[in-house]
Design a protein around this ligand. Structure first.
Ligand code: CP
Length: 329
C-alpha cells in the first residue's frame, strides 16, 4: 500500500495544472514526493491501483505527441480511471467546432479531467475559465509544458538527490520552447542556478530578471554545469533563419561525445525532453550510450519512465480524491 497520508503534511487545493509559473515551491515538492511513492507501483507485478476508479479523463491533443499523450493515458489506466482520446483529424474540429464548444461537449459526457495540448499559448487557461472539469496543460504553444518540467525536476532529484544549488544549463532552441519556460520557473523555485545557452536568436533575455544567466559558449557552460537539459530545434515553430546552417549549429551547440569528454565536468547529467533531432542537438553516441564516461550519464529514456509517475501524481492530485492508494490483487 502507498500511504499518501505519510507524505509531507500538505493539502493540495488546485483544481487545474496550468503552468509552473503559478505553482509554489511546496506544491512542486509535493508532486515530486507523491510521484516518488507512485513510481513504486510501476514495478509491481500488477501495475494498477484503484485510486481513480470511476473517474474519466479526456485527452484532448490538437498537436502531435508520443510521450505526453501515451504517458497520460497509461498513468490514468494505472490509477484505474477511464480514458477517452480525441484527435483533431477525426473530430468535429474539422467542421469548425471551437475549442470552447469542444470542451463543453466533452464535459457534458461527465468527464472529470481534460488534458489539453494546443499550439496556442493560453489554451489550458482559457478552457479552465469555460468548463468546470479539472484542466491539465499538456503544452500550450511556446508558453508552458508543466508536466515535462516536473518530470525533469523529478529525474534531476532522483540522480542528484537535490536540486538546490545545482547549476542547470538549458541548451538550444530556448525561445520557441515551452519546456524551457516551465523548467526555468521550476528550477528557480527549487533553488537551482540556471544558465541558458544557445545562439543569440534562440535565447530569452527577458528571463534575466529572474536571475537567469545567458551564455553563447557551450564549452564554457560544460565546465560548470551539473545538469544539461538539451532542447530540440523546433522547426515547426521557426519561420525564419535563426542560424546559418545545421552544420554550424552542430559545431557550436551540438552535444557530442567528443565535446563531453573534452569539456564536461564529472557527474554531468544529460536530459532531453524528446523528440530528439538525432545528430543535430544530440549525437547518437550520447543519446544511445547512457554512460558516456565515469559519472557522465544521459538519461533520456529514464525521463520518459519518470513522466509516467509524475503524471500519475498530477492526475491523482487534480482529481481531488485524496487519501490512500491501495494495491489491487
Ligand atoms: N516531450 C514531449 O512533450 O514529447 P511529445 O511531444 O512526444 O509529447
Amino acid at each position: 500500500m502507498v500511504d499518501l497520508n505519510l507524505i509531507k503534511e500538505f493539502t493540495w487545493s488546485r483544481k487545474h495544472l496550468l503552468g509552473l509559473e503559478s505553482l509554489e515551491k511546496i506544491e512542486i515538492e509535493h508532486v515530486l514526493e507523491l510521484a516518488k511513492s507512485l513510481k513504486e507501483i510501476l514495478n509491481r507485478p500488477v501495475k494498477k491501483v484503484p485510486a481513480l476508479r470511476g473517474k474519466t479523463i479526456a485527452l484532448l491533443f490538437y498537436e502531435p505527441s508520443t510521450r505526453t499523450r501515451i504517458s497520460f493515458e497509461l498513468a490514468a489506466k494505472r490509477l484505474s480511471a477511464d480514458t477517452v482520446n480525441f484527435s483533431v483529424s477525426s473530430s468535429s474540429v474539422v467542421k469548425g467546432e471551437s475549442l470552447k464548444d469542444t470542451g463543453l461537449n466533452i464535459e457534458a459526457m461527465n468527464v472529470d479531467i481534460i488534458v489539453v495540448r494546443n499550439s496556442s499559448a493560453g489554451t489550458a487557461h482559457y478552457l479552465s475559465k469555460n468548463v468546470s472539469a479539472g484542466i491539465i496543460n499538456a503544452g500550450d504553444g511556446m508558453h508552458e509544458h508543466p508536466t515535462q518540467a516536473l518530470l525533469d525536476l523529478f529525474t534531476i532529484l532522483e540522480y542528484k538527490k537535490k536540486i538546490s544549488n545545482l547549476t542547470v544549463a538549458i541548451v538550444g532552441d530556448i525561445a520557441h520552447s515551452r519546456v524551457a519556460r516551465s523548467n526555468i520557473y521550476g528550477l528557480k523555485k527549487m533553488g537551482a542556478r540556471v544558465i541558458l545557452c544557445g545562439p543569440p536568436t534562440m535565447l530569452l533575455p527577458e528571463f534575466k530578471n529572474l536571475g537567469i544567466e545567458i551564455s553563447y559558449d557551450l564549452n564554457r557552460v560544460l565546465e560548470c554545469a551539473d545538469v544539461l537539459n538539451v532542447l530540440r530545434i523546433q522547426k515547426e515553430r521557426i519561420n525564419e533563419s535563426l542560424f546559418p546552417s545545421m552544420a554550424e549549429y552542430r559545431e557550436f551547440f551540438g552535444v557530442t561525445r567528443d565535446r563531453l569528454l573534452k569539456y564536461a565536468r564529472p557527474g554531468l547529467l544529460i536530459l532531453h525532453p524528446g523528440p530528439v533531432n538525432r545528430g543535430v542537438e544530440l549525437s547518437p553516441d550520447v543519446l544511445d550510450k547512457g554512460l558516456i564516461k565515469k559519472n557522465i550519464y544521459s538519461v533520456v529514456l529514464n525521463q520518459v519512465t519518470n513522466g509516467l509517475a509524475v503524471r500519475m501524481a498530477i492526475l491523482y492530485l487534480i482529481s481531488g480524491v485524496g487519501g490512500k492508494v491501495e494495491a489491487v490483487d
